[in-house]
Design a protein around this ligand. Structure first.
Ligand SMILES: Cc1ncc(COP(=O)(O)O)c(C=O)c1O
Length: 393
């Protein structure tokens, strides 16, 4: 139903909502209150990677809810141990800390950078962050974020960040030579909120080299790119580099809130009892769901499928939109695809729903962002292309 009131007076008006509610989902399909069917090409913003109402996620939730929801981190949590071991095996990291969101995962990484500085006797540490980045809405992560709209009204911002142009090796080298007290770098392998911009492998490799040369922590924000989204388990794996710290959330719980900060080497040893924590982080419920998600992804080889489907989506869009008015570029990695237009296009989100029964998002005002679930069929990917082609032509 596309005419219900968009806001409720009992909610803080934080979001611009579409005039529509969904009541049910299955795989890449959603149904609204009137039973009308929609094709989901955003997966709850890169969250429901293995699809809506996945039976194994539902079973993990139900079975664990029947046994034990929460005991606190004062006790051993075998599902947390198991999830951390599995994530470390997939990522090349050595230890994990669990929390409940991407912003908290990045807070943890930034606290590791501070502890690293402290261990080196650096009292005014700087973390390199990028223009156009997004890392979250808490005070530290919004300061790390490279978008003035995210900062507005929350000044003074937390100090200790140096901002550089993204994917620019020269700017990195200049900063390394000119800026004292750098202790870490925080970077997204593909800027998602920033308009779907993949970094070049050479850039991530240059970052790794500089971090080694200067004893900085190489921290990669995989909140959006992680868990298979880009066609590898983690975005940095396309560049054959190994970070010191990575952060995860979104797809890890397929909709159940969970975040993680994983680290290796010195970075994995910096936190000590009492130095960090989370009441809800790493609950038996959240971690059992995370294990179920990984099991499905491994069995169905979903990172590889995302790579193949992403190629199909890009090629389909390039063919279908060839000659369409106002297309500046079509780019992406795996099932993270952006179509940049020469004009603001937020209204397309509503038109895609109303005319094509298709969920899309628009980021940075003029880039259509597609993040379909990794379990989409070939036919569903072709259907996304067909509906978008009609919309944009
Ligand atoms: C790259 C990146 N980092 C961090 C976040 C923040 O995650 P959360 O909203 O779970 O706090 C997001 C959310 O969009 C993100 O895309």
């Amino acid at each position: 139903m596309l005419n219900m009131p968009a806001t409720s007076s009992f909610l803080m008006p934080v979001y611009t909502r579409q005039p529509l509610s969904f009541v049910r989902g299955l795989g890449a399909i959603l149904w609204d209150e009137d039973g009308i069917e929609y094709l989901d090409a955003i997966a709850g913003v890169a969250v429901t990677n293995i699809g809506h109402a996945h039976p194994e996620v539902a079973r993990a939730l139900a079975e664990q809810a029947d046994l034990l929801l929460h005991t606190s981190n004062m006790f051993g949590i075998p599902w947390q141990e198991r999830l951390s071991e599995q994530l470390c095996a997939l990522s090349g990291m050595q230890r994990g800390f669990f929390c409940n969101s991407g912003a908290e995962a990045n807070e943890t990484a930034l606290k590791l950078a501070r502890l690293h500085a402290n261990s080196l006797g650096i009292s005014q540490p700087q973390v390199l962050v990028m223009e156009n980045s997004f890392h979250g809405r808490t005070f530290a992560t919004l300061a790390a974020t490279g978008n003035p709209a995210v900062h507005r009204g929350f000044e003074p911002l937390m100090p200790g960040f140096v901002r550089l142009p993204y994917d620019d090796i020269g700017a990195l080298q200049q900063a390394a030579a000119a800026t004292p007290n750098i202790v870490a770098v925080l970077v997204e392998p593909v800027q998602g909120e920033g308009g779907v911009r993949p970094a070049s492998p050479a850039y991530l490799q240059a970052l790794r080299r500089l971090c080694d040369e200067h004893n900085w922590l190489f921290m990669v924000d995989e909140v959006q790119t992680g868990m298979g989204r880009t066609g590898a388990w983690f975005g940095y794996q396309h560049s054959a580099v190994l970070p010191d710290v990575i952060t995860l959330a979104k797809g890890l719980g397929n909709g159940f809130p969970i975040g993680a900060c994983l680290a290796r080497g010195k970075a994995a040893t910096l936190l000590a009892p009492g130095s960090h924590g989370s009441t809800f982080g790493g609950s038996p419920l959240a971690c059992r769901v995370g294990c179920a998600v990984i099991e499905v992804m491994q069995r169905e080889q979903l990172p590889g499928r995302a790579a193949r489907l992403g190629e199909r989506l890009l090629q389909g869009l390039r063919a279908g939109l060839h000659g369409a008015p106002g297309i500046v570029g079509i780019r992406g990695q795996g099932l993270m695809v952006g179509i940049e237009l020469d004009r603001a296009c937020e209204e397309l989100v509503y038109r895609a729903l109303a005319q094509e029964r298709l969920l899309i998002s628009v980021t940075r005002g003029r880039t259509i962002r597609l993040l379909p679930p990794l379990i989409c069929s070939d036919a569903q990917i072709d259907d996304i292309v067909r509906r978008l082609t009609r919309l944009l032509n």
